[in-house]
Design a protein around this ligand. Sequence first.
Ligand code: HEC
Ligand code: HEC
Ligand code: HEC
Ligand code: HEC
Ligand code: HEC
Ligand code: HEC
Ligand code: HEC
Ligand code: HEC
Ligand code: HEC
Ligand code: HEC
Length: 310
Amino acid sequence: MRHIMKPVVRWAVLIGTLLLAAAGMMAARQGSDATKSVADQKAQTTNASQYVGADTCKGCHEEAGKSIDASPHARILTSKKIRGEMAHGCESCHGPGAAHVEGGGDKSKIFTFKGVKPEEITRRCLSCHESNSEQREFMRSTHNENGVTCTSCHSVHHSTLEYQLVKKQTPLCFSCHAEQKSDFQKPFHHRVEEGLIKCGDCHNPHGTLAARQLRSTPDQDAVCFKCHSDKRGPFVFEHVPVKVEGCTACHFPHGSTNPRMLTTARTNSLCLQCHAATAAIGHTQNTRLQQCIACHSNIHGSNLSPVFFK
Ligand code: HEC
Ligand code: HEC
Ligand code: HEC
Ligand code: HEC
Ligand code: HEC
Ligand code: HEC
Ligand code: HEC
Ligand code: HEC
Ligand code: HEC
Ligand code: HEC
């Protein structure tokens, strides 16, 4: 199939393409650079004759057809609700295919997702998915800024996993984040590798409005309160840093060599970072007083004791 084109046909196709490209460039010059690809897409969409429809594609690409039919994207081949630029089946992602078919399967005349800038892939996927609140912030994510794109994590034809991921979530994240992997192997850690919770419980890999791609929440610690609701309060007597600086003032979120994932090995040295003056009120560092939380046990806030005894 690969070499069926006669040289003369190849030239005709090539010249045709050059003419089309020239026309495209003239059209694009009317818009700014930023709107170029959108303008191109619109121009292509209006020219319905450039689309051949999924059945034609499937005629030559049986495997690819089957994998789409068995996936959530089957909806874009079948749903009557999907209209406009999205209603082109395979060609919603691969672009119009008439020239590719006329060329007997000329790879250079169809969008193959290979050898292109990551952002170009991202824009294609987002043309449908940016209406989804989970994916909406992708363009401003750290992942996008670092050349990570949708197909770094998803494979729409070849995945049999949940959400069409290329690997299960935790190994997927660790494949690029070795440093965090070692955090989660420290003696005290959130049991992510054990499957109890996921990176995605705290982060949205598609980006958010918050720093560190942390799930956007109305208040800074809500990402932790989702599971640790007993720490939310409000308490009659709040411990100021819990509310002001947040949980990470005292805990590492991933894992730590210290019990309770605290940022210091000994609790008293944690407290004394901010309460150095306690010595002045008789809290000398004798052994009895070193275990601050032996007395100040409700350290996240209390409804009964202004010094968090209970
Ligand atoms: C949701 C977007 C999307 C849709 C819909 C889609 N494809 Fe693809 N296709 C891709 C991506 C992305 C790749 C690159 C490989 C990958 O990431 O899996 C690809 C790769 C391919 C390949 C290269 C070989 C391979 O399997 O990797 C062929 C052939 C192909 N698609 C044909 C089709 C046909 C035929 C249809 C319709 C039945 C279709 N595609 C629908 C996104 C799509
Ligand atoms: C007349 C048969 C035919 C039809 C119809 C056809 N293709 Fe192809 N397609 C081919 C051939 C042949 C190749 C080249 C395969 C190769 O070189 O491995 C190809 C290559 C591709 C590739 C690149 C595969 C790769 O390995 O990079 C994609 C993507 C693709 N086709 C998608 C489509 C889509 C989408 C449609 C429908 C719009 C379509 N094809 C219709 C024959 C066809
Ligand atoms: C760094 C890896 C990564 C990248 C990059 C990525 N995703 Fe995802 N995606 C995931 C993970 C992990 C999940 C599963 C989320 C969960 O478990 O809550 C997911 C889930 C999804 C879902 C289904 C779940 C939902 O709530 O919407 C869609 C749709 C999706 N991604 C589309 C995209 C698109 C489109 C892009 C590119 C703009 C993209 N993804 C980029 C990792 C990624
Ligand atoms: C033409 C519109 C369109 C395009 C373009 C598109 N998608 Fe989708 N995608 C959909 C629809 C529709 C669904 C099914 C949503 C549903 O059923 O709720 C979907 C579902 C998904 C899911 C969720 C799978 C699951 O198990 O829930 C992922 C992941 C995904 N798409 C990734 C991608 C990636 C990656 C690309 C680019 C290569 C892409 N999509 C391009 C329309 C599109
Ligand atoms: C293909 C490689 C790749 C994969 C897979 C990947 N990441 Fe990333 N991620 C990066 C790069 C590159 C950066 C930017 C450099 C850095 O901070 O390490 C980044 C940054 C981040 C950041 C820091 C954001 C910031 O603003 O500082 C978080 C959080 C993150 N990734 C979470 C995840 C999660 C969760 C997953 C799995 C769903 C994942 N990543 C999968 C490559 C990847
Ligand atoms: C319990 C919630 C939680 C879970 C689960 C979680 N993270 Fe984080 N992660 C955070 C918080 C909070 C920060 C911000 C830390 C800071 O800014 O001090 C962060 C920061 C990061 C960063 C930025 C660099 C760094 O280490 O500070 C990366 C990358 C990252 N996480 C990746 C991951 C990956 C990969 C997973 C899953 C294996 C994961 N995270 C699971 C809460 C979590
Ligand atoms: C998706 C649920 C979930 C989220 C979100 C979550 N945690 Fe946890 N956390 C747990 C579970 C479950 C445990 C019990 C750990 C175990 O037994 O492995 C735990 C344990 C802890 C512990 C005690 C560890 C120990 O050694 O006893 C601390 C401290 C902690 N989490 C802090 C946080 C902080 C800070 C955040 C926000 C950055 C957070 N958690 C977000 C589920 C969660
Ligand atoms: C001022 C420092 C500090 C801040 C801020 C803080 N913690 Fe703690 N946390 C501690 C100390 C100290 C312990 C150990 C208590 C013990 O061993 O009895 C602890 C223990 C825990 C534990 C395990 C024991 C238990 O009480 O369930 C969890 C879970 C926890 N913290 C979650 C959080 C969350 C969620 C936040 C943010 C809302 C937070 N912490 C903010 C100091 C702090
Ligand atoms: C990140 C800084 C920080 C850390 C760490 C910290 N605290 Fe506090 N704590 C404060 C601030 C700020 C107040 C409010 C003090 C004020 O209003 O004068 C406070 C208030 C208190 C109070 C209430 C009495 C008062 O002065 O209002 C007690 C008791 C207390 N802390 C004990 C502890 C103990 C025990 C630890 C260690 C487990 C600890 N704190 C860790 C910052 C911190
Ligand atoms: C044996 C019990 C005990 C231990 C252990 C202890 N405290 Fe206290 N703490 C007290 C008592 C009693 C008060 C005074 C309560 C009052 O005024 O009602 C107090 C008061 C405080 C206050 C509030 C002071 C003020 O200005 O009102 C802070 C802050 C404090 N302790 C911090 C610490 C720190 C930090 C440690 C560990 C180094 C610690 N405590 C260990 C019993 C203890």
